[in-house]
Every structure is written in C-alpha cells, then in structure tokens.
Ligand binder design. Structure first.
Ligand code: ATP
Length: 291
C-alpha cells in the first residue's frame, strides 16, 4: 500500500498543500487531478521524500517516509514533470550509470524498453527534444521493475503515439500489481487509466471518485452557432446561451442521440470540444465552493 495522510506543506508563507490524504492498493492506478498550482507536484515530492512536510504521514509499503526511505528507495520508480539529465551524457552511458543504482536491472528488459519506446541510445541528452527526454525518463522510471510507480504529469509533451505506448506500459504494470500514482490535469486520460481519482483544489484533496463516477464528468461541450428552433433540444443540458449561440453539455450516453437530432435542425456552424478540468468539475471548482 501507499498511504498519504493529512499532508501539509507551506513554502514560507505560501501554501503548497493544506490537507491531502489517500491510499493506493496494489494493482491500482490512482490519479491525482487538479489544475496548475493545486498541489500535485508538492504531494508527489513529499511522498518521494524529496521535500519535507510540515505535518502528516507517508507510508510506502511498511516504511515511513522520509525516515525509512532507504529501505524502499530502489523499489520506487519516478518520472518527474520535467526530465533533466547530464546534458553531455549519451543515453547508453546513462543507462550504464543507472544500472549502478539498481542491481536488479535485467539487460533484456532494458533493451525491450529501449526498442518499445524507440530510444536512440547514441544521442546525447542535450540533443534530445522534450518528448525524447521524456521517453528516457519513462524508461528510467520502469527499467528496475519498481513496486511503486509515481509519475508527475507523464503525458505532458508526449505525442499521441507515445501517449498510447505509455498507457500500454502502465496497464501492464498495473496487471503485475504495481502501485501507481499518476498526476494529471487531463480528465480523459485519468478516466481511461485510473481506478480511482483524487481531486485536488487549492492544496486540499476535496473529493475521491471511482471510475464509474469519473465517467459522469467526461462530457462534451457542443456549441451551435445561428441555431434555429433551439426548443427542439430542450431535453439536453444547456450551459450557455448568447443570442443564437447555444452551448450544450452532453454526456457520453446521449451524444449519439444528440447528434441525430442535429441532422434535422438548422444552424450555421458547430464546435465540439472537451471541457477544461475546471469546467468538468464546476461543482468542485466553482468560486467559493468549499470541500
Ligand atoms: N519552491 C516553491 N516556493 C514557493 N511556492 C511554491 C514552490 N513550489 C510550489 N509552490 C506553490 O505551491 C503551490 C502548489 O504547487 P504545485 O507545483 O505542487 O502544484 P501542481 O498542482 O503540481 O501544479 P503544476 O501542474 O503547475 O505543477 C502553488 O501555489 C505553487 O505556487
């Protein structure tokens, strides 16, 4: 298990996190979701023992963090939000260097990951794009087969192909029983991957959602411009209305019937988009809403 209880951390006067608690079980991917500045990175860095907390408890397996970090260190895999290594080092040199820290690394598995992620080991770090640096970061987080995997916004800056490769890797890890913590501000990816999600607002974990609950929040916003006869759509949730511009919030199960209705309606243009995290979680994030 990975347990965080009542984590609190201030950077001087500035709030990092106020009160964050959750528990992750083996074989579970837990998503920590919240907008920029909500406290995801602070939480992750406390859990990894990289940052001292003001109060609260962290347990990774049996071990109290940071006190007993050394007992569990080489069972943890971590992908930071920004991957930075020695700029002059070639990837193949880095892999060798990394093996010194993790005697359990199997060269066959390392090779498998290099190939799966399509990493050019001859390149130096300074020659890599952000996306390619991230690939090396993913490899480093996974190559020693950690029991605990912690990833800070792992898909940020990844192209769609690489994103789906990462999802595949995480799914495999989950099947092996790895405990996975994953932070994100993209609702659709936590919906796809996570068994449970903790919603962070201004340093507080304000809500925990199971997968079936997350689905309720993944809606499409459909804006119709120059719509005539809007009353024909009165069965759907209208979230914004400005002259002849109408925006509806449509959940997954009603999307098909909604689109069918449109066939018989007159309008000038339409836009379908995913809502931002704040829009999806309006009921939690709206100004003045307390936990
Ligand atoms: N070193 C620091 N000094 C002062 N304040 C900090 C520091 N690091 C983070 N903070 C503040 O702590 C709060 C939480 O930041 P944190 O980086 O944990 O959020 P986040 O949810 O990970 O957001 P992001 O996605 O932008 O990284 C923010 O208000 C941030 O400004």
């Amino acid at each position: 298990m990975l347990v965080a209880e009542h984590l609190k951390k201030y950077y001087g006067k500035h709030r990092g996190v106020e009160d964050v608690s959750f528990t992750i079980k083996p074989g579970e991917i837990y998503g920590l979701i919240g907008p920029n500045g909500a406290g995801k990175t602070t939480t992750i860095r406390i859990i990894l023992g990289l940052l001292y907390k003001d109060s609260g408890t962290v347990k990774i397996g049996e071990h109290d963090i940071p006190k007993e970090l050394n007992h569990v260190k080489n069972k943890i895999g971590y992908l930071p939000g920004e991957v930075n290594f020695y700029p002059e080092m070639r990837i193949k040199e880095f892999l060798k260097f990394n093996r010194n820290f993790y005697p359990q690394i199997e060269s066959d598995y390392e090779k498998e990951l290099v190939e799966f992620l399509n990493i050019d080991v001859e390149k130096k770090f300074k020659e890599l794009s952000q996306g390619n640096k991230k690939k090396v970061g993913i490899l480093q987080a996974l190559v020693h087969k950690p029991k605990f995997l912690i990833m800070d916004e792992p898909t940020n800056g990844l192209d769609p192909l690489l994103q789906s490769k990462l999802y595949e890797l995480l799914e495999k890890e989950r099947e092996k029983g790895t405990i996975i913590l994953f932070s994100s501000h993209v609702l659709t990816e936590v919906e796809r991957l996570c068994q449970r999600v903790g919603v962070i607002k201004e340093g507080n974990l304000i809500k925990e959602l199971a997968m079936k609950d997350i689905r309720k929040y993944t809606r499409k916003l459909v804006t119709l411009y120059g719509l005539k006869k809007p009353e024909k759509l009165s069965g759907y949730e209208l979230v914004n209305h400005n002259g002849r511009e109408f925006t509806f919030s449509i959940n997954r199960t009603e999307l098909r019937s909604f689109l069918n209705e449109l066939v018989n309606l007159e309008f000038d243009d339409l836009l379908i988009r995913n809502p931002s995290l704040e829009e999806s979680f309006m009921e939690f994030y709206a100004e003045g809403v307390e936990k």
